[in-house]
Design a protein around this ligand. Structure first.
Ligand code: CP
Length: 322
């Protein structure tokens, strides 16, 4: 595939994994690896010199917000943090009007987190040429940079994707991470993907999300090379919406070190997008487990977000050169 075709595929925004092809994903992962080197600060600070990245978070975040801010700064950009609680959003200004206001100040990169499914595509469709939107977490639908950093982290330790069995364990139905990570693992040729959760937390049977649905943790994790555990999104659940209590969930699905070591392969890997509710989905005895890559995922998040921003920058200049 040509560079031009790859750029067309990215569409000048970064909205979800589904619309990216495998070659584009490989190139983004390769670019992220290049940003993990020891002299990255010295080498890359002029790439986005003079640009400003606005971070608009309509939902809480620690990892994604701060790693995007670091990524922008390490590429030489200024970063602006928009707080909806102290902005004119409180006076009724809509998100499209907010974006147009910031565009009028010369901002061309927008990193957005919002709870509404589908909002990223709608916002992107009304942006002028040369302005890029990056999805930093959208409802229950997509968290594409988390998927990229999951794939990058896993690849460092287990590059043989076609031979791997990955189990995603937890509240899959309400998890934007699970959805994006399932799609990226499928596109990168993972051997087997299992979605393991109690029935209320499994995706609908009509949902195209890849992966075999399993409700029993014993069969779901048996022989797995990788377990990606998820937080239960209790805050997304309406009163009486889910027929499982916190104590029932903990009893049947909380993973501890003994169960992890008994069910999975001897050198299995444990991942989690964070934040972890220790004691709910994972027992604290897994914090020191040698297969625990949770901190490494966080570390790789900065390089992945640098890669996405840099990819969009390059796309912009390629478009202008035509
Ligand atoms: N994984 C993740 O998105 O974490 P934050 O909500 O802290 O950004």
């Amino acid at each position: 595939m040509t560079e031009d075709a790859l750029r067309d595929d990215a569409d000048h925004h970064f909205i979800d994994i589904e619309r990216l092809n495998t070659a584009t994903l490989e190139q983004l992962l390769h670019r992220a690896e290049s940003f993990l080197g020891p002299d990255q600060l010295r080498r890359h600070r002029r790439r986005l010199f003079g640009e400003t990245i606005a971070l608009l978070f309509y939902e809480p975040s620690t990892r994604t917000r701060i790693s995007f801010e670091l990524a922008g700064k390490r590429l030489g950009a200024d970063t602006i943090l928009f707080h909806d609680t102290v902005s004119s959003a409180r006076k009724g200004e809509s998100i499209p009007d907010t974006l147009q206001t910031l565009i009028a100040m010369g901002i061309r990169y927008f990193v957005i987190r919002h709870g509404e499914n589908g909002i990223m595509s709608r916002l992107a469709s009304n942006l002028p040429d040369g302005v890029s939107l990056i999805n930093a977490g959208e409802g229950t639908r997509a968290h594409p940079t988390q998927a990229l950093l999951d794939a990058l982290t896993l690849r460092f330790h287990r590059p043989e994707f076609p031979l791997l069995t990955v189990a995603i364990l937890g509240d899959i139905r309400h998890s934007r991470v699970a959805r994006s990570t399932a799609f990226i693992l499928e596109k990168l040729g993972i051997g087997a993907l299992r979605l393991v959760a109690p029935p209320p937390f499994l995706p609908d049977s009509t949902d195209p999300m890849p992966g075999d649905r399993l409700s029993h943790i014993e069969t779901g994790l048996a022989g797995a090379d990788v377990v990606i555990a998820l937080r239960v999104q209790w805050e997304r659940l309406g009163e009486g919406e889910i027929s499982i209590s916190k104590s029932e969930y903990q009893h049947a699905y909380r993973l501890n070190r003994a169960t992890f070591e008994r069910l999975t392969k001897p050198d299995a890997i444990l991942m989690h997008p964070g934040p972890v509710n220790w004691g709910m989905e994972l027992d604290p005895d897994l914090i020191q487990h040698p297969g625990n890559l949770i901190r490494e995922q966080v570390h790789n998040g900065v390089a992945v977000r640098m890669a996405v921003i840099d990819w969009l920058r390059e796309s912009y200049f390629a478009q202008r050169a035509q």
